[in-house]
Design a protein around this ligand. Structure first.
Ligand code: PXP
Length: 247
């Protein structure tokens, strides 16, 4: 049996629902604590530049309340670096961010900005955070991530998940094959490999079976599913599928 995967629960969309009315409920910190109680291995929260879901006080409160690791997602900006250095979360996941996008649509362009990103992540690592780079399954980008001193790459599973939803089996299988190959490349380079974006019960199994993977980060689907069955139960089914894939 392959080593079991960690499940990181992304709670951004609890804040999306809260912000739709501008009040205090539903509280993403309460969701984080519930996920922790239900066996999450970590909580992921993305503080976007436009604060469309998480806001600064959510990150403060999560840092205070959680006893499991916080994976703090952020863009490579001076403002976010300062916030991360103040909090020193367990992990910082650097993602590309565009104001006009609905969600994080692609992986970070590391190869073009190697020097800048190396300087950007160095103080975060010195402060004790593990640095993860959200990246497409692209060898050039992965080699750059290793060169800049990242600890982890998180493979963007969005293209694979979208092809699955669209019923484009050839594209889905090609995307999966690329992730399988690139996970091995990253592992060879000494990078820890995570994956996430768009994962659902229907498409998680082949991704979870990639042997080098250590962690999946899943949000939107789990938060949506929890409307119908509650977060602990929604997580339990995802965990069951992840464990089945490793068995
Ligand atoms: N990992 C990263 C780096 C992300 O940006 C996101 C989305 O915010 C996720 C995982 C979770 O994606 P989803 O909400 O589609 O499950």
């Amino acid at each position: 049996m392959t080593e079991l995967l960690r499940l990181g629960v992304n709670i951004d969309h609890v804040a999306t629902v809260r912000n739709a009315r501008g009040g205090a409920v539903p509280d993403p910190v309460r969701a984080g604590l519930l996920a922790q109680e239900a066996g999450a291995d970590g909580i992921t929260a993305h503080l976007r530049e436009d604060r469309r879901h998480m806001v600064d006080t959510d990150i403060d409160a999560l840092m205070d309340a959680l006893s499991i690791p916080l994976n703090f997602e952020m863009a490579a900006t001076d403002e976010m670096q300062a916030i991360a250095l103040r909090h020193k979360p367990h992990a910082v996941c650097v993602v590309p961010e565009k104001r006009e996008e609905r969600t994080t649509e692609g992986g970070l362009e590391v190869a073009r900005d190697e020097n800048k990103l190396a300087d950007f992540i160095a103080p975060l690592r010195e402060a004790g955070s593990r640095v993860s780079i959200f990246i497409a399954a692209d060898q050039r980008q992965i080699e750059s991530a290793a060169r800049i001193g990242a600890d982890i790459i998180e493979l963007h599973t969005g293209a694979y998940c979208h092809a699955h939803i669209d019923g484009d089996i050839a594209l889905r299988d090609a995307e999966l094959a690329r992730m399988v190959e690139m996970a091995a490349v990253a592992d060879e380079l000494g990078l820890e490999v995570h994956a996430g974006h768009g994962l659902t019960y229907d498409c998680v199994l082949p991704v979870a079976a990639i042997p080098q993977l250590k962690e999946l980060n899943i949000g939107h689907f789990l938060i949506g599913e929890s409307i119908f069955r509650g977060l602990p139960d929604a997580m339990a089914e995802m965990r069951r599928l992840m464990d089945e894939a490793r068995g």
